[in-house]
Design a protein around this ligand. Structure first.
Ligand code: FES
Length: 107
């Protein structure tokens, strides 16, 4: 049996514009953000010492980790201060007023 790689994350209305929200599709800790009506998804774990990014602050598309102030762009997972570090990102889709995350083949 082949399982659907798109996994329900949250209702579209529950995710407030300009904010982020942790979700747990299939137990994976993912940070979702709605920015300019676009949905972005990254792993909710800082690449430094694994603090949850949802404990940090959001300024535009930039999330600042609460532990030691590392900063990432939620639009592509990039670390602001060097190109070598990038958060795992996930494709998302909106369907029937819900947001789904593609877990299969995630980068
Ligand atoms: S754990 Fe995020 S900056 Fe250190």
């Amino acid at each position: 049996m082949i399982s659907d790689p798109w996994v329900f994350a949250i209702s579209y209305e529950e995710l407030i514009e300009g904010t982020f929200h942790p979700v747990y599709p299939k137990g994976l800790n993912v940070l979702l953000a709605k920015l300019d009506d676009q949905i972005y998804a990254v792993i909710n774990k800082c690449a430094h010492m694994a603090c949850t990014l949802s404990s940090g602050t959001l300024n535009g598309s930039i999330v600042t980790c609460a532990c030691h102030d590392w900063r990432y762009d939620l639009k592509d997972g990039s670390f602001i201060d060097t190109a070598e570090i990038r958060l795992r990102t996930f494709n998302t889709k909106k369907e029937d007023d819900n947001i789904y995350i593609l877990l299969e083949g995630a980068s």
